[in-house]
Design a protein around this ligand. Sequence first.
Ligand SMILES: *[C@@H]1O[C@H](CO)[C@@H](O)[C@H](O)[C@H]1NC(C)=O
Ligand SMILES: *[C@@H]1O[C@H](CO)[C@@H](O)[C@H](O)[C@H]1NC(C)=O
Ligand SMILES: *[C@@H]1O[C@H](CO)[C@@H](O)[C@H](O)[C@H]1NC(C)=O
Ligand SMILES: *[C@@H]1O[C@H](CO)[C@@H](O)[C@H](O)[C@H]1NC(C)=O
Ligand SMILES: *[C@@H]1O[C@H](CO)[C@@H](O)[C@H](O)[C@H]1NC(C)=O
Ligand SMILES: *[C@@H]1O[C@H](CO)[C@@H](O)[C@H](O)[C@H]1NC(C)=O
Ligand SMILES: *[C@@H]1O[C@H](CO)[C@@H](O)[C@H](O)[C@H]1NC(C)=O
Length: 356
Amino acid sequence: MAPLMFSLRFLFFLLFLISTQSLAQPPDFRGIWCFNDKDNYTTNSTYQTNLNTLLSSLSSPSNNGNGYGFYNSSYGENPDQVYAIGLCRGDVTVDICRGYLSNATQLLTQSCPNQKEAFSIFDKCTLRYANRSIYGAMETVPNLMWYNVQNVSSDVDGFFQELRTLLEDLRGQAAGNGSLRKFAIGTATAPNFQTIYGLAQCTPDLTEQVCSDCLGSSLADIPECCQGKEGARISKPSCDVRYEIYRYFDPTTVRPLPSPPPSTSTGGSKSNRSRTVIIIVVPIVVSVVLIVIFFFICLRVRTKKKLETRKLIPGGDDTYEIGFAESLQFDLATIRVSTDDFSKANKLGKGGFGSV
Ligand SMILES: *[C@@H]1O[C@H](CO)[C@@H](O)[C@H](O)[C@H]1NC(C)=O
Ligand SMILES: *[C@@H]1O[C@H](CO)[C@@H](O)[C@H](O)[C@H]1NC(C)=O
Ligand SMILES: *[C@@H]1O[C@H](CO)[C@@H](O)[C@H](O)[C@H]1NC(C)=O
Ligand SMILES: *[C@@H]1O[C@H](CO)[C@@H](O)[C@H](O)[C@H]1NC(C)=O
Ligand SMILES: *[C@@H]1O[C@H](CO)[C@@H](O)[C@H](O)[C@H]1NC(C)=O
Ligand SMILES: *[C@@H]1O[C@H](CO)[C@@H](O)[C@H](O)[C@H]1NC(C)=O
Ligand SMILES: *[C@@H]1O[C@H](CO)[C@@H](O)[C@H](O)[C@H]1NC(C)=O
């Protein structure tokens, strides 16, 4: 597993290098995933019309979602019905959320011009759509991870013990938060006196149990992807986990939930975590890596100077690297990734386009 993970990480790193060569992106852009293994629609088709109608209504000034940053809607008739879900981070106000979703809508439809299903991640919002009902279902593909290349300065075990306790607590809080919003933030102090700022969020359409499962699988990803790292974010369509040693959220803009909080938690069914057969993927990975290396070498000569100024090499204060996608489905998707820092200076420059 370790060599495979290494090659995935390596591939994503190379993809990133290539991806930074083109297409300007807003600074809060994190990633876009166009599902090429699902159906495509054609230009001017009913599906496209429905999609555009749906997305423009999603970010229209009259749409406040559920009032807590969650947008669920659908438009059209079978078989051209489109379903979309938008979610803003729990500390984003409704007005600002609308701006994020509007930007996300544009970028997502431009980046995935004919895929029926797509997903995008920004610093403070996610947006996805599909030709199938996605409400209430746990979606864990793609599973995207970013980590700060800076290592915890001392007592790594103590740091991660505190971190785990904090995130487990936030997991329970977020999952137990009711049907309007599932969002929890909190801090802990590591043995080296650093403050750890943690965040856990699910789309609120999930039941308490399913949200907890989703967050649990993200927590389980941390030792694999981000052990020893000072900060990380693990984003799946259904849930998000993040920690940093600096403050990136604003507790004062979290809209209070009505009390008593409405609770729909009836303990949903345990969703299966899909496992892709690695055996099939390895040869694909290898060939894709070779192709990518070839392109990289071609690109390298003319982009060398640019890359050097981007501090991709670990060492910069705010440097992030993208982790790997557990789904192993990158060969089936068009991926755009950005390794911009989440909230500090955008030292890494802009994200871009990488087509597999
Ligand atoms: C959909 O279109 C993309 C290119 O835009 C292509 O790579 C993919 O194979 C197509 N998928 C299907 C199922 O036809
Ligand atoms: C959505 O598209 C897939 C093809 O990717 C198709 O198999 C499925 O039936 C469609 N779902 C609906 C609800 O139309
Ligand atoms: C789509 O519709 C627009 C306006 O109706 C038209 O200009 C364009 O040529 C059409 N494109 C295709 C591929 O049919
Ligand atoms: C979410 O959207 C789907 C599709 O339109 C709809 O069936 C469902 O009732 C919506 N749920 C809520 C709580 O709005
Ligand atoms: C939307 O994108 C524009 C252009 O990139 C940017 O100036 C603006 O701040 C963005 N709005 C939000 C709410 O992020
Ligand atoms: C973090 O630790 C890893 C493994 O010990 C090392 O390879 C890497 O260079 C370190 N990163 C920094 C920024 O010091
Ligand atoms: C719900 O979220 C708030 C933060 O918005 C948190 O303080 C509270 O403890 C959570 N509720 C539960 C039941 O955990």
